[in-house]
Design a protein around this ligand. Structure first.
Ligand code: RB5
Length: 155
């Protein structure tokens, strides 16, 4: 049987393991987005937090970032109030390209042009529906390569 590029793409997408991390502000979004990933047949690894009790976002950013660079997961999703603290923290880890996105176009471009490997969202600045759109765009879009490759390598 000959499988076309789109079918292979979908199959590969399903094999992806996605790491999730959040702080108290991002907890509800994390639960909803993780459910979406599982519903789509992908695997989710949850690094917490597990409630809306206050915690420190760098702890969760670092856990997801380390799992990613260790090759335990293909991509990561981090959520805090604004997404700013999570992106600052995750991007301190060598090999991480964490993209703070506020719409699906940014999420798609973060993959196409920047080969982002962690999607960062701010639960206090966007609606859940927008966050779901960002997640879908992020997971469905492949890095374009070409002229973008040397730029990404320079990071
Ligand atoms: C928590 O109150 C908040 O500071 C955090 O979620 C995040 O927005 C930090 O960047």
């Amino acid at each position: 049987m000959v499988l076309n590029f789109r079918v292979w793409g979908r199959l590969l997408m399903k094999l992806q393991k996605i790491a999730f991390g959040c702080d108290h502000a991002g907890f509800a979004f994390k639960e909803a987005l993780k459910a979406t990933v599982l519903r789509c047949g992908m695997d989710a690894v949850d690094f917490g937090t597990t409630s809306d009790d206050p915690v420190d976002y760098p702890d969760f950013a670092k856990a997801v970032a380390k799992a990613l660079v260790a090759g335990e997961v293909e991509k990561g999703v981090l959520i805090c109030g604004t997404g700013i603290g999570m992106s600052m923290s995750a991007n301190r880890v060598n090999g991480v390209r964490a993209a703070l996105c506020t719409n699906s176009e940014m999420a798609a471009l973060s993959r196409l042009h920047n080969n982002a490997n962690i999607l960062v969202l701010g639960a206090r600045v966007i609606d859940l529906a927008i966050a779901q759109d960002c997640l879908r765009a992020f997971l469905e879009t492949r890095f374009e390569g070409g002229r973008h490759s040397p730029r990404v390598e320079k990071i």
